[in-house]
Design a protein around this ligand. Structure first.
Ligand code: HXC
Length: 268
């Protein structure tokens, strides 16, 4: 689908995206690249990175892949440093890496719970922490007038409660809280904007295929206000708005992009 944004809205910006090689993360990477950004994607699987990088390059996007796990502090630091070494600076960090599976609270081991918090919540903080010195105004490669941007990919699961998602709900609640705290502290101290995007059910993603079998999806459509699943494109356009200058006064918010689903209940 065509973009409503000008092709140069992110011209010359350097973005590092965790989980940027697949699913929603890859669509954000692709749209950022198509709108002028130079992109580095970080992920655990080399083959996923390689195929994403070649797809991006074939569209004329400057892209590199960096193997790493957001749960490891040394990987986070190395990913940020490799990005800056390759592209000269860092303007945008997108935290899109996430882990997920369905498990009832009774069957979920504490280690399973911890694993998802380690990836989604601690991983997000670890990446932000590693990126700070490059994102702050006057940081290496930046001028002293403006700081960079952080975008955290969240969810809507924790606005109420979601079956078999106690671990992800807790993890994404923490992510939203991190978004607000960093927006306050780093917005004030370093002119860094920190925002989030909370996708609803998005078609063709690992999230929807893992978590919601097809029967559940068609049932869900019966009470969705817009009566359809979202597209990865919808999330990427929200990310593009927040990352571009159009969003320059938006800080500390998590934009819900779910067609209004979180507000709704089945009709009876
Ligand atoms: C119950 C499970 C489990 C499962 C793992 N565990 N899978 N428990 N059901 N299906 C438990 C294990 O038993 C173990 O606990 C602990 O979790 C760690 O498991 P490992 O396999 O060692 O972890 P790891 O190899 O690091 O794998 C991480 C993972 C994995 C999260 C478990 O699924 C993963 O990385 N998936 C790929 C990423 C992904 O799914 N992305 C899509 C995100 S979608 P014990 O106690 O046995 O040691 C998304 C959307 C949310 O986030 C919103 C949707 C609407």
């Amino acid at each position: 689908m065509d973009s409503p944004f000008r092709a140069d809205v992110l011209k010359g910006k350097v973005a590092l995206l965790t989980g940027g090689g697949s699913g929603i993360g890859l669509e954000i990477t692709t749209q950022f690249g198509r709108h002028g950004a130079l992109v580095a994607i970080m992920g655990r699987r080399r083959h996923v990175l390689d195929s994403a990088v070649s797809a991006l390059r074939s569209q004329g996007v400057s892209a590199i892949g960096i193997e790493g796990d957001v749960r490891k502090k040394e990987d986070a630091i190395r990913a940020v440093e490799e990005t800056v070494k390759h592209f000269g600076k860092l303007d945008i960090l997108v935290n899109a890496a996430a882990g997920n599976f369905l498990a009832s609270a009774e069957d979920l081991s504490p280690n399973g719970f911890r694993t998802v918090l380690d990836i989604d919540s601690v991983g997000t903080f670890t990446m932000c922490h590693a990126a700070l010195k490059y994102l702050k105004q006057g940081g290496p490669g930046r001028d002293s007038s403006s700081g960079g941007l952080i975008l955290n990919i969240s969810a809507t699961l924790h606005y109420t409660a979601t079956w078999y998602q106690i671990h992800v709900s807790a993890a994404k609640a923490a992510v939203d809280s991190i978004t607000r705290s960093l927006a306050l502290e780093w917005g004030t101290d370093y002119d860094i904007r920190v925002n989030g995007v909370a996708p609803g059910p998005i078609e063709d993603t690992p999230g929807i295929s893992k978590l919601s079998p097809e029967e559940a999806q068609s049932k869900m459509k019966e009470y969705m206000p817009l009566f359809k699943l979202g597209e990865k494109w919808d999330i990427a356009m929200a990310a593009l708005y927040l990352a571009s200058n159009a969003g320059k006064y938006v800080n500390g918010t998590t934009m819900i992009v779910d067609g209004g689903l979180w507000l709704s209940h089945p009709r009876h």
